[in-house]
Structures are given as structure tokens and as C-alpha cells.
Design a protein around this ligand. Structure first.
Ligand code: SAH
Length: 227
């Protein structure tokens, strides 16, 4: 057309931005509405999707006054650096690079050489081998019970489970904590001070107690608004 070249480049950039942002929202929705295995398949067949997801994720969390991963790192730095940590859904390994502890990093695609690529429902760690298990904005699959069962398996008795999740995902925090007790995790502390995320800390009391349904475990998907 007759628009000066500067303007049309800006327009194209804006369109591309919109497209990426729509793809991010789509992928994000897939992650919250499918099992972890299906998510693993999605990213294996389309690695580009993972990078689009991460870019969108970083942008969303970048708007928050504090990111939960930094809050968790602060908690860990108050404890002995000898504690072994497993980071389920580690993303770019910010946690591992913020603490001195040995951190096993698990994700579906390796954004860093530190990452062990696997589905978090099945991590290559021995039973009772870690002191702290972390899910920082990473409880995404619909098979939460299986995923948390895996964290239970790798944790030592008395070990710590840290869960940071978007505040609006909790329908009923008490019901969630109650369901966690059935899965062998006793609530130790709840940090509800951020308007954006809740940080819950649990201690492993033992293996999951039974396999009756646990409706309280359900978390709402975190769907981002169009911008
Ligand atoms: N914990 C990081 C990243 C959070 S984004 C942080 O706070 O910065 C959520 C991460 O969980 C993504 O990197 C996503 O790929 C990962 N994830 C989602 N489902 C997973 C699964 N089934 N197995 C392993 N990682 C998974």
C-alpha cells in the first residue's frame, strides 16, 4: 500500500506478536487440560511450541512484583545447602542457578544443559533420594495425583514439598490441603501474601494413603487473557 515502510514493518511486528501470543494461550491451555503424558507428546512432536510457551510464560510472570521461583530460592537459602532438591518442571533452571544445593532439574524440553528431559510423572530418581521436591507453577497436567505420587516416591520420609501456584487456580485451598494429607503430605506452612501466587509447604508423612477419588485436589486451569 501507500503506508511508509516504517509503519508497515511495525504493523507486521504487531501481527506476529498477536499470533505468538495466541499460540502461547493455546499451548498453555493444552498443558492444563491434558495429562502430563499428552503434554510430553505435544512438545516432542513440536519443539517450537515449547519455546513459544516459554517466551509467553516469562512475559506473564515478568509482570508480577516477585516471581515465585525467587521466593522458593530464598526459602532454600535459609536451609542447609547439603539438601538435595528435585525441581519438577524446572523451565530455564532459575532455581538451580539461584542456590548452592544439588538440584535435579526435570522438564519436557531442555532449555539448559542441566535439564533431564522427562515427564514429571516418571523421573529417573531412586525412591527416598531427595530432601526437597519443588513444583513452581508446574502442576499443570490433569493427572496431578500421579505426579504428586512421583514426588512422594522420590522424597525421603519427612522431606519437604514446595508448591507455588497461581492464586486463582485454587478453588478451595483447605480442600486442596486436605487432599494433600491423603497423598501423604502434611501442611507445614502457607504463604498467601502474594496476590499472584500461593506458596504451600508440606512435609512427607508417608506414602499416599488410598486411591479413593480426591475432588479437593483439583486446580483450575490458568488461562491468560488476550492482550
Ligand atoms: N518452574 C519454572 C518454570 C515454570 S513453567 C519457573 O517457575 O520458572 C512450567 C514448566 O513445567 C514448563 O517448563 C513446562 O514445560 C513444565 N512441565 C509441564 N508439564 C510437564 C511434565 N509433564 N513433565 C515435565 N515438565 C513439565
Amino acid at each position: 500500500g501507500c503506508a511508509p515502510p516504517g509503519r508497515s514493518a511495525a504493523l507486521r511486528a504487531r501481527m506476529e506478536e498477536r499470533l505468538l501470543s495466541a499460540r502461547f494461550r493455546y499451548i498453555n491451555e493444552q498443558l492444563y487440560t491434558r495429562t502430563s503424558r499428552e503434554a510430553a507428546r505435544l512438545f516432542r512432536t513440536d519443539p517450537e511450541a515449547f519455546h513459544i510457551y516459554h517466551r509467553g510464560f516469562a512475559r506473564q510472570v515478568g509482570r508480577w512484583p516477585e516471581s515465585p521461583v525467587h521466593r522458593i530460592a530464598r526459602c532454600l537459602r535459609r536451609r542447609p545447602a547439603s539438601l538435595v532438591v528435585a525441581d519438577f518442571g524446572c523451565g530455564d533452571c532459575t532455581l538451580a542457578s539461584s542456590v548452592k544445593n544439588k538440584v535435579h532439574c526435570f522438564d519436557l524440553v531442555a532449555l539448559s544443559p542441566r535439564v533431564t528431559v522427562c515427564d514429571m510423572a516418571q523421573v529417573p530418581l531412586a525412591d527416598g533420594s531427595v530432601d526437597v521436591a519443588v513444583f513452581c507453577l508446574a502442576l499443570m497436567g490433569t493427572n496431578l495425583r500421579e505426579i504428586l505420587g512421583e514426588a512422594n516416591r522420590v522424597l525421603k520420609p519427612g522431606g519437604t514439598l514446595m508448591v507455588a501456584e497461581v492464586a486463582s487456580r485454587f478453588e478451595d485451598t483447605r480442600a486442596f490441603v486436605g487432599a494433600m494429607a491423603q497423598l501423604g503430605f502434611k501442611s507445614v506452612s502457607k504463604d498467601l501474601s502474594s496476590a499472584f501466587f500461593h506458596l504451600l509447604e508440606f512435609a512427607k508423612t508417608g506414602p499416599p494413603r488410598h486411591d479413593l477419588p480426591l475432588p479437593g485436589l483439583r486446580l483450575r486451569p490458568c488461562l491468560y487473557k488476550r492482550r
